[in-house]
Design a protein around this ligand. Structure first.
Ligand code: ACO
Length: 364
């Protein structure tokens, strides 16, 4: 039988972008604690930090915000492609397809440059929000240059600018989702540009990798789980039945974190601020407590704790976003990390080409 290690614990090299400290439950972006950045910065500042290694000046931040707002105008050719997908495409497929079409229009044959990060961030948000409108037969909504990226994302998706508290919650989500070390999608992006392909191709590959539910596809499953559980009394029998059937509880467990995911903690705080005494949040907290107890009972020694996707589902559930848009919204935030990694790869490039142990038969 073939052993599947999933490359656990294998380092693919060095990075200056982020540290995911799984034992101590810390996430560091270029020397800054992500939990502090959530409170003190907005997403654009964090994207600048990831790309440049330092926080922006007010002027640099203003320039980036303006550039992102401008970049939210989807070219008509890309809108035509999105329209062709019909109403029931998976938003991650729409994002992958829209980005691929948009990247082709940019005519970049290979490599990348500093302009790729703002392009990737804005074009992803534009494609997802425009597809969300088009699939309902609604006209796309132009961005408002006076608004930040997250406000514009909600404006373009819902047709109205969000309340400040709502925008704040989504901004916190974008910040904690922006970067996370050598996860599957980031590795995919780095592998693609290591061949000297272009950043657009890396982005398209990364979206494909993020789509799977073991990676970025989890939050909509968490939402369904909480909805299906429905009441506090139902939590234990429901969760126990899933574990008895050998199923996984979505929003729990992580390859690197063997303690509470710091991003889940930051988003839990934001959810509390946003929702106050909301019964859905109360139910989510209750389900979490029972799930943690049952995971310790059914999987002793596995150190399974709440991951980012659990409270991502709670925060996103408090916004006016359809659950099937959650993974694509995650992708929009992660473009900041993906592009930082692709440019870091290109700046010190060596083709990524690992080896594998052949265990098949040999010719006689
Ligand atoms: N529920 C129940 N059991 C679990 C869970 C879970 N959520 N996660 C892991 N386990 C169990 C496995 O069944 C396995 O038990 P066994 O050895 O007795 O069979 C053991 O814990 C180890 O599991 P692995 O699959 O080896 O752990 P891995 O590091 O590969 O998985 C992953 C990490 C994929 C995140 C896993 O915990 C999982 O499937 N979680 C649910 C999906 C989810 O929440 N994904 C979002 C992750 S966060 C992100 O990507 C942004």
């Amino acid at each position: 039988m073939i052993e599947s290690t999933g490359l656990q614990g294998v380092s693919i090299g060095q990075t200056e972008i982020a540290l995911v400290d799984g034992e101590n439950g810390r996430l560091i972006y270029r020397g800054h604690d992500a939990e502090v950045l959530v409170r003190e910065q907005r997403f654009e500042g964090v994207a600048f930090l990831l790309a440049n290694g330092r926080l922006p000046s007010d002027e640099e931040l203003g320039t980036l915000r303006a550039r992102l707002a401008e970049g939210l105008a989807t070219p008509p050719q890309v809108l035509a492609v999105l329209e062709q997908l019909g109403a029931d495409a998976h938003p991650m497929d729409a994002l992958r397809t829209g980005l691929s079409a948009w990247a082709a229009l940019r005519r970049r044959d290979e490599g990348g440059d500093a302009g790729d990060a703002p392009w990737a961030i804005a074009s992803s948000a534009a494609v997802v929000s425009d597809y969300a409108r088009l699939r309902q037969g609604l006209a796309v909504v132009p961005a408002d240059p006076s608004l930040g990226l997250v406000e514009n994302y909600l404006l373009k998706t819902n047709g109205t600018a969000p309340e400040p508290a709502t925008a704040r919650a989504l901004d916190a989500y974008f910040t904690v989702a922006a970067e996370h070390g050598m996860n599957a999608s980031t590795f995919t992006a780095r592998v693609i540009v290591s061949t000297l392909s272009d950043v657009g191709s890396g982005l398209v590959g990364a979206v494909g990798a993020l789509k799977g539910r073991l990676h970025g596809g989890a939050p909509s499953h968490v939402s369904h789980m909480i909805d299906e559980i429905g009441t506090k009394e139902n939590a234990e029998p429901w969760l126990r039945a899933r574990l008895e059937a050998g199923e996984r509880l979505m929003g729990f467990g992580h390859r690197v974190y063997k303690t509470y995911d710091p991003r889940a903690r930051a988003l839990g705080d934001v959810a509390q601020e946003l929702a106050g005494e909301d019964p859905r949040l109360e139910l989510a907290r209750h389900v979490e407590q029972i799930a943690l107890r049952l995971l310790a009972e059914y999987k002793p020694g596995r150190r399974l704790y709440t991951n980012v996707e659990y409270y991502a589902a709670v925060v996103l559930g408090g916004l006016d976003l359809a659950p099937d848009l959650y993974p694509a919204t995650f992708a929009c935030a992660r473009t900041a990390g993906w592009t930082a990694h692709m440019l870091e790869q290109l700046a010190n490039n060596r083709l990524i080409r690992p080896s594998v142990d052949y265990i098949g038969p040999m010719p006689d």
